[in-house]
Design a binder for this molecule. Sequence first.
Ligand SMILES: [Zn+2]
Length: 136
Amino acid sequence: MLRRDVVDHALARRALLRSIYGGGLFTTTSAYDVCDAGVFLKRAAEAYGVTTARTCPICRKLPLAEVAWVYGDAIGDYAGSARSPAQLEALAAAYPDFSVHEVEVCQGCGWNHLVRSFRTGTPGTSPARRVRRSTG
Ligand SMILES: [Zn+2]
């Protein structure tokens, strides 16, 4: 699977964690604010995610899971859904261009953050069509 325009969000993640733990005078971010993974996101991470070797930076109890969300017109109804690594490979082989957002999720405290985003797909394949018409 070819990854294009890869953006690593580690810096933003570090900055956010620093704002939580830094104790700066003007800190407004609390752990409560960032641990907002909803049931939907947690279930998606459980069903489609991959458990990583990283421990949650907030509760420090559970390993983080990474789950991929796919976006883009080219993939039609798949847009906005979570995909397993195998499903992601299949989509990338079948469609020309779409974006992937990999999000880390803690099943315990609900911490979640965008880890990286990129575009993928196979040039030359046809975009999905929301409305299929008979070519009769
Ligand atoms: Zn946690």
